[in-house]
Design a protein around this ligand. Structure first.
Ligand SMILES: O=C(O)[C@H](O)COP(=O)(O)O
Length: 230
């Protein structure tokens, strides 16, 4: 038996949702609930088919409470022929909240504030976007007693992803479960920062494409055995 195979106890697959209407229109999205485009739906099918080739038997699906991630997860579950899997939807996996940038066109914002400023808003670990005056009040967050943020840095989004890592992701991996996580650019980027030990400066260069699965294999001590981009 292959030594690495013998040690492998669990698998974590991270997938950013397919293209949303806001991605297509180059608009800051954050917690806005933009649906998938036809291209985004096709990307989700392709990601699912790529994953199906590995024949991984998943135990649980984790996603956000935003439809672009939820619908992507449904498509992937269907493509891997495991539509019955238990699924947990949590606000903790939401995209980073883009504050007052939400709904603005990224190219027009770069013209107004400069490319460097917009790059830092988008890719810095610690910089906050301009904040909203008042929180939005979406019913789905009231149900889980979550006060919607006025805006978040990537670091702030890690503060709310981290408990979910402990309670759901790591807990399942330690129990030798295979986890499929379908989320967003920023919620996945902060997980990659943690898993790959990326420093704050290098975090600026961490990118995650729509519908591109990232596969981690762990041993039973939660050490990473391998990382593969499908
Ligand atoms: O929220 C958004 O606008 C996008 O989903 C991700 O945006 P980014 O590429 O600026 O991180």
């Amino acid at each position: 038996m292959n030594f690495r195979y013998y040690l492998t106890m669990s698998k974590l697959v991270l997938i950013r949702h397919g293209q949303s209407t806001a991605n297509r229109d180059n608009v800051f999205t954050g917690w806005s609930d933009a649906p998938l485009t036809d291209k985004g739906i096709a990307q989700a099918h392709i990601a699912g088919r790529e994953l199906a080739e590995s024949d991984t038997q998943f135990d649980i699906v984790l996603t956000s409470v935003l439809q672009r991630a939820i619908v992507t997860s449904y498509i992937v579950m269907d493509e891997i022929h495991q539509p019955w899997l238990p699924i947990i939807k949590s606000w903790r996996l939401n995209e980073r909240h883009y504050g007052a940038l939400k709904g603005l066109n990224k190219a027009k914002t770069a013209k107004k504030y400069g490319d460097q400023q917009v790059r830092e808003w988008r890719r810095s670990y610690t910089l906050m976007p301009p904040l909203l005056q008042h929180p939005d009040q979406d019913r789905r967050y009231r149900a889980s007693a979550v006060i919607e943020p006025l805006g978040e840095s990537a670091e702030m989004s890690w503060q709310r992803v981290k408990p979910f890592w402990e309670d759901q992701i790591a807990a399942n991996l330690r129990a030798s479960k295979n986890v499929l996580l379908v989320a967003h650019g920023s919620s996945i980027r902060v997980l990659l920062k943690f898993l790959d030990r990326v420093n704050d400066a290098d975090f600026m260069n961490v990118e995650v494409g729509n519908g591109e699965p990232i596969v981690y294999d762990f041993d039973n001590q939660l050490h990473i055995l391998s990382k593969t981009n499908l």
